[in-house]
Design a protein around this ligand. Sequence first.
Ligand SMILES: NC(=O)c1ccc[n+]([C@@H]2O[C@H](COP(=O)([O-])OP(=O)(O)OC[C@H]3O[C@@H](n4cnc5c(N)ncnc54)[C@H](OP(=O)(O)O)[C@@H]3O)[C@@H](O)[C@H]2O)c1
Length: 329
Amino acid sequence: MDPFNWGIIGPGNIATDFANDLQFIHAVPQQIKAVLAHTTESGERFSKKFSVEQVFTDIRKFLDVELDAVYIATPHTLHYEQAKACLQHRIPVLCEKPITINTEQLEDLLKLSRETNTFLMEGMWTRFLPSVKKVLDLLQEDKIGKIISVRANMNYRAPHDKSNRFFNPDLGGGSLLDLGIYPVFLASLLLGKPYSIKAAAIVSEEGIDQACSILMNYNNDQYAILESSLITQTELVAEIAGEKGRIRILSPWTEMPAGLLLEIYDEVKMEFPCKWEGKGFQFETGEVIQCIQQKRIESPLMPHSLSLEVMKIMDEVRRQVNVKYKKFE
Ligand SMILES: NC(=O)c1ccc[n+]([C@@H]2O[C@H](COP(=O)([O-])OP(=O)(O)OC[C@H]3O[C@@H](n4cnc5c(N)ncnc54)[C@H](OP(=O)(O)O)[C@@H]3O)[C@@H](O)[C@H]2O)c1
């Protein structure tokens, strides 16, 4: 069977995890045919590790390689131009979160994906984890009744080093786009579009949100309380509370091994531990391969509309807390 040929843009930390997990896809042999790096050294380091055929530092040459799909894992502010270049060459794209830094850029990419009939998906890998599928199954089985609230955070205390992307506005820094996107995604997946958004943030001297909190209200008497932070380390929470019970994701956002806890109020508590090979990128990657084989331009599980909904919320939050990526907006 012919291998599925990947091109990788940005051979950093997450691209290494992604590449490692390709070994757990068994349906089709996986190969990384080309890598586009910032420097030849980092490209060659990656290519040695994963037996990549070709290393490039020029995107035009990289795009001349015959590829089945490209995975983009550069800092956020590069995603738009790199995804656009791939789509213009009709090469399917899996792009790390956040897929772009704002709605305007995203709408442009979605239009291009439709015009070129080329697959595009945001790499919201948690969407495809068995733990999230189990949450959706439990909700479908009406175990907790109507959802009343989603409470979630992602707080990770990053070293305050201006050279890293977290605090650098020119690389799309800030807690919301890097970390807060996971809680915003969970709320959007489960509750849809909010009718009101209220946000507060601690903004750094560089002008990025070091910590951010969001309160959203939905029709049908539902709400979400979300938080992200680059300056505190706290217990991570992802909890869905309903009329009859609640579901807690016990190790958000890696999920393994604790899995889920389902509690029916004052009755039973049930645990659903999780275990899979590697970090779990193979679930997302498997979906991409399947969609491309079926000649889809979007995944039914992580559709363009869901990325757009999340991006619109993040735009509104940034508007309220006055965080602007001046170089790009
Ligand atoms: N799905 C997840 O769980 C997850 C987790 C972490 C991050 N992410 C996302 O993935 C992206 C990358 O994060 P990371 O933590 O992997 O960052 P990282 O370790 O800094 O990796 C970024 C890579 O991109 C390279 N790069 C920079 N500019 C480039 C260019 N113009 N062309 C090609 N390569 C370039 C960097 O090379 P140099 O080092 O040589 O500059 C580095 O190899 C971010 O958008 C982040 O939000 C996702």
